[in-house]
Structures are given as C-alpha cells and as structure tokens.
Design a protein around this ligand. Sequence first.
Ligand code: SF4
Ligand code: SF4
Length: 365
Amino acid sequence: MQYKEYGKTGKKVSVIGFGGMRFRKEDYKSGSLEKCAQVVRRASELGVNYFDTAPFYCDDTSEDIMGEAFKDMPNPFYVSTKSMLNYESTADAVRRRIEKSLKRMGLQKITFFNMWCILNLNQYRKVMAPGGPYEGALKAKEEGLIEHIVFSTHCNGEEIQTIVNEGYFEGVTLGYNATNFAFRQKGIKAAYEKGLGVVTMNPLGGGIIPQNEDFYSFLKENEYDSVVQAALKFNASHKEITVVLPGMGTIEEVEENVKSGENFREMTEERLNEMAKKLNESLDALCTGCQYCKGCPKDIEIPKYMDAYNMRILKKPDKEVNNRLKYHWGINKKKAAECIACGKCEELCTQHLPIIERLKYIANL
Ligand code: SF4
Ligand code: SF4
C-alpha cells in the first residue's frame, strides 16, 4: 500500500481509503455488527488507514459499525465523518452531531470532519455564516474534538476553486472517476495547488464502471488488473489525489481494492488526454462533463442533467436517472422542462449530444 501526505496536516494516509457506505444490509440487520466490523478490520490489516463514514450511511449504522471495529483495530487509523447543512444548520447542531459521532465510534477525537455535500456557493455561504455549521466545527476543533475541518462537495471546478481559495478548509472530498474526470479537473488541481488533501469518492462511478467492463477496459494498463482495480488506479495515479475511496462491504471487496494501492504510475497530462479521447470514442453518447455547454439562458445546469442521463446510456433503469438528479446533484427534474430549445448548448457540446431531446425525456420521467 502506498501512502500520501494529506495536504499540510502532517498525516500520511493510505491511497486506498475505506468508504463506509456499502456494508451489506443482511449483515448489519442480522442483530450483530461484528460481520461488518470484520470487513473494516481486514482493511486495516492490509494497510488501509483512512476510514470514511457518515451519519445516515447504511440505514444510519455505519458509524456504529466503525465503532465496533475500532474497539479492536489491528493498526493505527484516521477517521473521517460528516455533518450536513440540511440537517445541522447551526453551530450548536453541529456540536451535537460531533458528540453523537464520537460516542457512536467510541473515539475522543475525529481526524477529518467534513462539512458534507456542499452543492453550490450559496450553500457554502450558509455553512460559513456566523452561528452556522463551520463555526460549530471550529469551536469543536479548538476544544480538541476534531483535528481537521474539510468539506465534501458536488460543486463544479470553478466553485471548488473559489471555496479552496478562501482558505478555511484543509481538505476536500469529491466525486472523481473515469467518467466524470473532465468535470472535476479544475477542482482537484485548485485544491492540490492550495495544499489541501484531496479524497475522491465514487471512484467506480456509482457502479457504472464495473457494470460496463467492456466500455471501460481502456483503463487497464495490464492484463492482471480487473476493471475495478484499473479504475481505482486511475484515481490513485493522479498526483493531485490523496485518497481513493471505494465503498466496501465484504472482505473479498477489500482484498481486491487494496491491490490498487500499489504498482501504478503517475498520471500525465498526455495520458489523461489520451484517455479522454478514448472515452469519447468508446462512449460517444455519454456526457463527459466537460462543461462547454454552460451558459444556458434558462439557467439549466446542463452538465448535471446530462450526467444523470448517462445512466440511461449505460442501460440503467429510469429510476437511476431520477436518483442521480435528486440525491447526487440535489436538483429537480422539472427544471429540465424550462428548456426553450434555443439550441445554444447543442452548438457548443463537444460530444454533439441531443441535449434538448434528453432534457425533454428527463422532464417527462
Ligand atoms: S437549448 Fe435549452 S438547455 Fe440548451 S441552452 Fe437553450 S434553453 Fe438551455
Ligand atoms: S452536455 Fe456536452 S458540452 Fe455539456 S458537459 Fe456534457 S459533453 Fe460537455
């Protein structure tokens, strides 16, 4: 397992982290959390030292599972958890959340505390407002209950740049993978240049990559890697990325994923461009998230709608398109109906996608 410096925190973290959002329901509903805890401990045995969890993951049991595992961890570890503006909108509420998380995990201190799921700059301002969530986290940090305040986000690159440049955070957790990398380039670069740790969630594109192995076989640099391993290495190989965070629910998944934490070569601009080209060739009906279509007169966030429509291209049911819009991007499908078919975006689209038709489809879902 390779380890990287997490920004300027002085902490060395495993390039493969443990995402605590994919424990098996049959395991945690069985009346004992031990089976799930064993998955966590196996990751620790194999060199993983970054463990990410959150309230509400796995029917709100993920932090409890971590707590069970932490009673008997084979190696030292760092933990990341979160609070979300929608649930904890004040400093006091964040303080209560931190106390609850500490209690559930049996810890004295949380290493990385995320201001969770900042969707846009408006939400960021609310997080930072006097008496708001950031203030609660800062106070907890001063009291030694948390070590580092970070943020997790689905913002675009420019918005991430704005947030990191304001200088309040030591790290960022964001979605980055072989499907959406064009969308997040600016963000990871800005964070890296500013000295933040960069944790990438959703490295398998929400399951899209392993479910479409043929499409994504171009990621493989050698015949021994599975597509999953190749996709994790894709993220790990970026110098800007500190931790890759696949969700893990079984010991087999842990054992497969940790193998991606070594034997990868550093990503170059040239290789990234080559991959973007291959992605365009093999998946020419997919939105790559490049954002050239921005500037809709009706303020439709086209890349987000087209990203959700990608689910359909990849043969997912419509429910997945809806879920992507609602839960991942936090936007309403009804907005798609406001398109006036001016055609401006289609002229700009690097993939020549029928955006108007797709928006119509989404609006009628
Ligand atoms: S065609 Fe529709 S989505 Fe595209 S720019 Fe015009 S109004 Fe916006
Ligand atoms: S719709 Fe086209 S231009 Fe817009 S982000 Fe997707 S691929 Fe890029």
